[in-house]
Design a protein around this ligand. Structure first.
Ligand code: HAM
Length: 415
């Protein structure tokens, strides 16, 4: 039998109740901060990602689904949204027309990683990007939005880790000091970290290898290298978060896996996730627009992994997540009664109720069982007599009370 590709998952109706719950929260929270949705194609010209995420990152190096299409163009299934969104904003002049632009997105992304709990090859992200402000107020806004979203899902076992990568100048000086330090402990580093030491030394700081963790424990930290501008920006972000009681922990070992960041970076982590404990992350990326061919536009945003949020929700077993309610189940017996029942159902649907007919036209008893299965709040029962008098028998399934009422009365009934 042909199965779904390794690292991909089907989402069955029972899973999707939870997805819809989460998606509805995204919409609510983003609306409350004035963000609008943007959708881009699932694949892009490879350069959109390879140029912006960084040639030396794992994403570009090992994880992209890149192929030549029949016209010999190099195409990549999007591994993340930020670069694609910036490409779309530049292409459509959006950031020229709006000096401040707030956007959100949701959809599938693709990375060729080793599948495990919370890690798939096709996964879903929800994210927001605030484009056009270089101020710490924008960083604080997206972090507060993320925090509100997580809390609105009923989740509270998580940590927000905050760090800064400062300005280009700060990073250049720090990078030099870090390489010097790493060279002094290179015998203790893992093979991967030894290789990264020169190409992408900051990545060594967030290695999960025990040897590396021990070796970098005494490494110089970027917080000691911040120039005045970097320091001021970071202080301003923290001040707003403090004022609004957003809990965070400054952690100089957070570096993120994408190269486009400067200044603020952050990650949301939860112990309930096992080894893939980071369920969201983001930061400021003031140089990306220029890299993609647009004019300089300061920007900041984050993305969350929907699968990981759902694992956290499972642990919580939220009572709010339930299947849709059926308002009314129409029970009929006989062909012409079925058609009359359909007329009744269509009239009720037009009023906005959720109504089921038995398209299998089974026995009365089976239909009652079905009404229970779908947790219908009411049943409308139609036999020969009801049809002849253009009436129905309406039964309240919670109280068991039932009455014959005319179609007019039914039309005005408040279910
Ligand atoms: P990222 O940290 O690479 O950031 O991904 C964000 C989130 O996507 C992760 O925290 C994780 O929850 C989820 N994720 C990533 N890879 C997988 C996977 N293989 N399986 C399941 N979930 C996964 C970005 O993508 C940036 N674009 C975020 C951003 C937006 N920065 C600024 N704006």
């Amino acid at each position: 039998m042909i199965k779904a590709v390794k690292g991909t998952k089907d989402l069955l109706p029972e899973d999707l109740f939870k997805w819809h719950f989460v998606e509805e929260k995204f919409r609510e929270v983003t609306r409350s901060y004035g963000y609008n949705e943007l959708r881009t194609p699932i694949f892009e010209n490879t350069g959109v990602f390879s140029r912006s995420i960084g040639e030396e990152t794992d994403i570009v190096n090992k994880e992209m689904y890149t192929f030549k299409d029949k016209g010999d163009e190099s195409i990549t299934l999007r591994p993340e949204m930020t670069a694609a969104l910036v490409r779309a904003c530049v292409e459509h002049n959006l950031t020229r027309e709006h000096s401040l632009l707030r956007l959100w997105y949701f959809g599938p992304f693709f990375r060729y990683e080793r599948p495990q709990k919370g890690r798939q090859r096709q996964f879903h992200q929800f994210g927001v990007e605030c484009l056009g402000s270089s101020l710490a107020s924008a960083d604080a806004e997206v972090i507060m939005l993320a925090d509100r979203l997580i809390k609105s899902l009923g989740l509270n076992q998580y940590k927000l880790l905050l760090n800064t990568l400062g300005t280009d100048e700060t990073r250049a000086v720090y990078r030099k000091a870090l390489i010097e330090y790493l060279e002094s402990v290179q015998d203790k580093l893992s093979g991967d970290s030894k290789r990264r030491m020169l190409t992408n030394p900051l990545r060594v700081l967030d290695s999960k290898e025990k040897n590396d963790i021990e070796a970098v424990a005494k490494a110089p930290i970027i917080l000691d290298f911040l120039d005045a501008e970097s320091k001021e920006h970071f202080e301003n972000v923290k001040q707003i978060l403090d004022k609004f009681s957003i809990n965070y922990e400054v952690n100089p070992f957070i570096v993120r896996g994408l190269d486009y960041y400067n200044h603020t970076i952050f990650e949301f982590r939860s112990d309930s996730l096992g080894s893939q404990d980071s369920f969201g992350g983001g930061g400021r990326y003031d140089k990306l627009f220029e890299q993609i061919g647009g004019s300089a536009t300061p920007a900041v945003g984050f993305a969350m992994g929907v699968e990981r949020l759902l694992i956290m929700l499972e642990a919580l077993n939220s009572a709010e997540i339930k299947s849709y309610d059926t308002d009314i189940y129409v029970i009929t017996y006989g062909e012409s009664e079925y058609i009359y029942g359909l007329e009744v159902a269509e009239m009720l649907r037009a009023k906005g109720y959720s109504v089921l007919n038995d398209v299998k036209q089974r026995k009365f008893k089976t239909q009652f069982k079905e009404a229970d299965k779908y947790q219908a709040r009411f049943t409308v029962i139609i036999g020969e007599e009801e049809m002849a008098n253009r009436e129905v028998t309406l039964k309240n399934m919670a109280t068991g009370e039932q009455n014959k009422i005319s179609l007019d009365e039914l039309a005005n009934y408040k279910f």
